[in-house]
Design a protein around this ligand. Structure first.
Ligand code: CTP
Ligand code: MG
Length: 178
């Protein structure tokens, strides 16, 4: 399998996690996931983790999974002419990918607060890869992607994340461009 085929398969499978991660800032609200609690003198998670963002993210990721399930047969017909095939995905897998993505994001904020990093301050690589921490194991367990695909996803995600955040910043749904 070519690297391009492996990469496209990976992006297809991980899409619910990408969408979840991208959706959170759109509907970030005021209901803090840490309920304003502190831990060792710092916010437990910080004001950037809200239930609105979390739930909207998971709903969006699951919805994309549904769209993928509907589109897959036609898409596979289309990409077959390039010698490609897209892996199967289920709505349950999409839900779990989105949930895992948002849990990874929460865990990353937990550790950012423990190291005294302010909400929204950047920690390169962690900020771009946090949502993959748990969604990659879910993808490996529930879909037919290879370790090579995982490797490519880890490589390609920081630049993709960077470009989309820049876009989100300029259209005003993110306060900082990272
Ligand atoms: N967001 C949210 N709820 C979540 C995750 C994200 O409301 N569970 C929204 C918040 O508005 C947040 C934005 O999405 O500011 C960007 O998410 P992220 O970069 O993960 O949060 P930061 O504000 O950068 O905070 P942190 O330093 O904790 O990463
Ligand atoms: Mg951030």
């Amino acid at each position: 399998m070519s690297w391009l085929h492996a990469l496209i398969q990976g992006l297809w499978v991980i899409l619910p996690a990408y969408i979840a991660n991208g959706a959170a800032p759109v509907f970030g609200g005021d209901s803090r996931m840490d309920f304003g609690k502190q831990f060792h003198g710092n916010d437990l998670l910080g004001a950037g983790k809200t239930w609105e963002g979390f739930l909207f993210a998971i709903t969006s990721g699951t919805f994309i999974g549904l769209v993928q399930v509907v589109l897959l047969p036609r898409l596979n017909q289309f990409v077959a002419s390039f010698g490609f095939s897209m892996p199967q995905i289920t709505v349950t897998a999409a839900f779990l990918l989105a949930l895992a993505a948002m849990l990874g994001d929460v865990v990353a904020s937990f550790f950012k607060r423990r190291s005294g990093t302010e909400r929204g301050a950047s920690v390169p690589l962690l900020d771009q890869l946090d949502f993959l921490i748990f969604s990659i194991p879910v993808a490996l367990a529930l879909t037919q992607i290879t370790y090579f695909t995982v490797f490519l996803l880890i490589l390609i995600t920081p630049p993709i994340h960077y470009l989309f955040n820049l876009l989100a910043y300029y259209i005003g749904i993110k306060e900082v461009p990272w």
